[in-house]
Design a protein around this ligand. Structure first.
Ligand code: SF4
Length: 412
């Protein structure tokens, strides 16, 4: 496997982001806002906040497999093991006084001056933020979004836009500045550019063989998650895009000898990314696209109409939609990326981002004539994941792919 060279620049970019965040929190160079992962970050940046994304922090705990130590601390305080393991990992780490951000010189997670949620993804982010709000006596505000929507209507957009407008005075009071309309438009333009660059990076995997896969994407999506609205994110993605172009041109494959191509729906299993990446590589099967990595594409963002376009972007996301648009979306991805099968990760503690529970895998399989596999697991709680079971299921699934579609003769 030829490693992606831009990974070194990725570490630099993420390190710079975390150090700036630490400086804001410690030296009070900027107010600190916590933001849910697909929350109104452009508004926060335009008001001069340094923005922290606790879901990114929780994913780091999952990837480091320290989450297992932290979750029981929170379960013992009355939080169910069945609720979001991001929430329980993150709060547990806080109670244990530990964070991977110490590697970047931060003594702890940055204390929030305000916590801003959007329930477009789930209720858990709000419950999560409210825990810290009680602890720090900090304000928690946000958007209560409609969910499970069919087509995004003008009424839906109006409802969220009004809520975003209502956040402005409260945020201005905390930031101590008035919102500058020009700065908001610029931030939305920068964020849209990030989204476009990230989308183009992901679309490079429509090439055969794919120059990057889902597992690469979960790593390289970092700036799209935490640096939206910052020029540094765009600098990074221009560099990554150039490298992916080279890889595609030179036939450098994410999975050497790519035989089959899959789509991944649902959350990553952070503590098993490396193991799963190796397992699929062993079967010469590339997971070329995913709902998860695509979730940071916000094509509706428009600097000519900042708040309204932010509202629309937040509502068009896959996770906010009802079953039919979700099926249509997956089917479009299957065609675009020419995939041979779909894996549905049934994430135990994240029902909002699990689509295997109401018959979707079977419907997708019947409509597209391709196999689907439901993989039991969890985003952070590895007690819900069995390595042996996963290997057996994935191996059987790849054999099924071979029955449906014989190996391409032109595969490298
Ligand atoms: S979407 Fe899932 S993993 Fe993310 S915060 Fe909500 S419940 Fe947790």
């Amino acid at each position: 496997m030829t490693a992606i060279r831009s990974t070194a620049a990725l570490r630099d970019a993420m390190g710079g982001y975390f150090r700036a965040l630490g400086e804001a929190a410690e030296r009070k160079t900027a107010p600190v806002a916590w933001c849910s992962s697909v929350g109104p970050v452009e508004l926060l940046r335009a008001l001069g906040f340094a923005v922290f994304f606790p879901e990114n922090h929780a994913a780091m705990l999952g990837a480091a497999r320290t989450a297992q130590r932290y979750m029981p601390i929170v379960h013992s305080q009355g939080y169910s093991p069945d609720i979001c393991s991001y929430l329980t990992s993150d709060i547990g780490a806080y109670l244990a006084g530990e964070t991977p951000l110490q590697a970047y010189g931060l003594p702890g997670i940055p204390k929030a001056d305000v916590l801003v949620f959007n329930t477009n993804q789930c209720r858990d982010v709000r419950d999560w933020f409210e825990w810290y709000a009680r602890r720090w006596n900090a304000p928690v505000i946000g958007v209560r979004s409609p969910r499970a929507i069919d087509d995004v209507t003008t009424n839906d957009v109006d409802g969220v836009t009004v809520q975003l407008e209502a956040l402005v005075p409260a945020l201005e009071a905390i930031a101590g500045v008035r919102l500058d309309a020009g700065r908001l438009a610029e931030t939305v333009a920068t964020s849209r550019r990030t989204s476009d660059l990230w989308e183009t990076c992901l679309q490079s995997a429509s090439r055969r063989p794919a120059p990057l896969n889902f597992f690469d994407g979960t790593v390289h999506m970092g700036p799209a998650v935490v640096m939206r609205g910052l020029d540094e994110a765009n600098g990074y993605y221009q560099r990554l895009l150039a490298e992916l172009g080279e890889r595609a041109r030179d036939g450098v494959a994410a999975v050497p000898g790519e035989r089959y191509r899959l789509y991944w729906d649902g959350m990553p299993i952070w503590g098993r990314l490396r193991a799963l990446s190796g397992l699929f590589a062993e079967f010469r099967t590339a997971v070329v696209a995913s709902t998860y990595c695509n979730s940071w594409i916000f094509s509706a963002l428009d600097p000519a109409d900042p708040l309204r376009s932010m509202a629309r972007a937040s509502l068009e996301l896959f996770i906010v939609r009802s079953e039919q648009p979700k099926v249509r979306y997956i089917e479009a991805m299957v065609r675009r990326y020419q995939v041979d099968g779909v894996i549905f990760h049934d994430c135990r503690t994240c029902p909002s981002n699990s689509n295997a529970r109401y018959g979707m895998p079977r419907r997708v399989s019947e409509e597209l004539g391709i196999p689907t596999l439901v993989l039991d697991g969890d985003v952070n709680d590895l007690r819900c994941f069995s390595d042996e079971q996963a290997r057996t299921n994935i191996e059987g699934f790849v054999e099924q792919l071979a029955d449906v579609r014989p190996v391409r003769m032109d595969a490298s």
